[in-house]
Design a protein around this ligand. Sequence first.
Ligand SMILES: CC/C=C\C/C=C\C/C=C\C/C=C/C(=O)SCCNC(=O)CCNC(=O)[C@H](O)C(C)(C)COP(=O)(O)OP(=O)(O)OC[C@H]1O[C@@H](n2cnc3c(N)ncnc32)[C@H](O)[C@@H]1OP(=O)(O)O
Ligand SMILES: Cc1cc2nc3c(=O)[nH]c(=O)nc-3n(C[C@H](O)[C@H](O)[C@H](O)COP(=O)(O)OP(=O)(O)OC[C@H]3O[C@@H](n4cnc5c(N)ncnc54)[C@H](O)[C@@H]3O)c2cc1C
Length: 639
Amino acid sequence: MEGGDHLAHERKKAQFDVEAMKIVWAGSRHAFEVSDRISKLVASDPAFRKDNRPMLSRKELFKNTLRKAAYAWKRIIELRLSEEEASKLRFYVDEPAFTDLHWGMFLPAIKGQGTEEQQQKWLPLAYKMQIIGCYAQTELGHGSNSSKWWPGGLGKISTHAVVYARLITDGQDHGVHGFIVQLRSLDDHSPLPGITVGDIGMKFGNGAYNTMDNGVLRFDHVRIPRDQMLMKVSQVSREGKYSQSNVPRQLVYGTMVFVRQTIVADASCALSRAVCIATRYSAVRRQFGSQNGGPETQVIDYKTQQSRLFPLLASAYAFRFVGEWLKWLYTDVTQRLQANDFSTLPEAHACTAGLKSLTTAATADGIEECRKLCGGHGYLCSSGLPELFAVYVPACTYEGDNTVLLLQVARFLVKTLSQLGSGKQPVGTTAYMGQVEHLMQCHCNVQKAEDWLKPAVILEAFEARSARMSVACAKNLSKFTNPEEGFAELSGDLVEAAIAHCQLIIVSKFIEKLQQDIPGKGVKQQLGVLCNIYALFLLHKHQGDFLSTGCITPKQAYLANEQLRALYSQARPNAIALVDAFNYTDHYLGSILGCYDGNVYPKLYEAAWKDPLNDSVVPDGYREYIWPMLKQQLRTARL
Ligand SMILES: CC/C=C\C/C=C\C/C=C\C/C=C/C(=O)SCCNC(=O)CCNC(=O)[C@H](O)C(C)(C)COP(=O)(O)OP(=O)(O)OC[C@H]1O[C@@H](n2cnc3c(N)ncnc32)[C@H](O)[C@@H]1OP(=O)(O)O
Ligand SMILES: Cc1cc2nc3c(=O)[nH]c(=O)nc-3n(C[C@H](O)[C@H](O)[C@H](O)COP(=O)(O)OP(=O)(O)OC[C@H]3O[C@@H](n4cnc5c(N)ncnc54)[C@H](O)[C@@H]3O)c2cc1C
């Protein structure tokens, strides 16, 4: 079959209103319209071509990124795009660049930690891109105080940085503070006196994150004007006297709470993109299994393919909704901070850290699984999956290594439990800990597979598992005379307890989403199927936890798996429509395997001939290396 829509028969099977689902996925009709318009604008502009990235050398690649960033900025100005539209445009350009750190961390750091006066001075310059900034926290060796190492945008482009460094006044160390530092001349871009700055070198994958100039920075007797210390949290007077505002010191790390929240939303984008590719290709690809001379089986009909693919599809939706909720939580905590209410900051920190960890780990693994789900073709760059993986996988490390972040969540959980004794009632995502006595001894009353479809049953099982794992950690910790020693010794168990807590958050936010009014024929029902797949898949994967804590019986674990298989069958006819609801253009997907019309094989065949190796029939190097070898073999054969 040439041309046409090769997935049309799949699209006809959908049992829900895809257009309505697009609105749910985008978050609102307005968000959908902006995304739709801007993604098409980018896709139709040849200046944003990206299929040649894996073939370019680092220098060509980097220059190309600078060209795109400058062109994007020109279009933003010409079209008078709003901040929301401009950020969507950068998103759909789909190429990591210094601008990510400028808009995503430099500006938020000044907004969050600068005084009103500092904001008035620096923000207009940054908004007009008259200065370009990055965020310099990480060092080459921990606490080495020697070289900053890794900041994106630092290596070659940033003119300024927010640098995190120890503040010492009168010989007293006040800990880490943020400073705005000019790095390069605004006239000729040369580093200012005392500053050594450069790129740290090639990173994983061709193309991929190598469009970013992650950098190294050293200072030698560099003077930072006093008013360039970010002074919302603490101040140094003209006389050198240090003082602190009446706000928690942790606000110095506020930018990380903001960025981690955006990383959770981004996880749903990256995972949904990989899932869209793997789902469409799984419907196109046929292998064996034909009966009575009929067409061969679409690989998406194999139960093994479904049990690997559909939990990822469900996870993409789950991360979308938890990301939406996290955005709300962040807005809420920001408003409270402005009113000097700091009570929800520890929870916001724990939620953003934990969910960043969980969603990025699952997304990185999920992209790789999608590559395998596409068989051999998934390994071709033209599948879009190798580059997506290479770009995405550092999310497990940046903004805090995922294990380190889970340990922070564990500390928060242990603290929450320890405060129960003093009568402090936990709220928000830890409210369930208030029922710890019930959760320690409750029994799951699932008797048949369908009982696992009841939200209350699922929630109680996840709450009981999380509470029991945290309580077990707390009990074991209390056996140590030195709490820090205990924390280090039990860190493996603590990480698992933190994972259980974060999975509970994601499951409960999906269930809460379903309690909202969701318009559109069949939309809520499909989301219900996905929610149950997500929860029961986790339950199946972590059944060791649920069984060992006595939350469920082996029979109930068996029934959960039975229900899961039934849910896969329900999801199957809707699979293509569920990925169409992401509304991704072929440009954004960047994948022959995932193209909307499913016309995969002719496109793969055509693309192969565009590879530079196929520019000539006989390759460069043949005369030099192959021909003499062949001749040598001939002579040996004659002998
Ligand atoms: C729109 C966005 C677009 C683009 C950007 C997105 C992606 C671009 C790609 C990459 C950018 C990458 C940037 C970076 O990686 S920046 C560097 C980030 N580094 C880290 O995340 C390091 C991880 N470590 C930590 O976070 C540590 O907590 C920290 C180094 C901040 C402090 O360590 P320390 O040992 O001094 O203290 P802790 O014991 O950890 O904490 C003490 C206390 O403070 C609480 N805490 C910690 N962090 C926060 C926070 N962010 N907010 C609020 N509270 C925080 C912690 O819970 C402890 O509380 P308590 O137990 O009550 O004392
Ligand atoms: C692509 C990319 C972009 C980045 N961009 C920026 C940026 O713009 N600005 C910036 O400042 N930084 C940036 N970073 C740096 C990033 O924030 C750090 O790499 C990250 O915080 C992890 O720190 P680390 O590299 O020192 O890892 P380490 O801390 O050295 O981790 C190594 C191993 O040790 C384990 N470990 C470390 N501490 C503990 C502990 N306490 N308990 C148990 N295990 C532990 C970790 O789990 C990990 O397995 C970027 C990094 C990458 C990869």
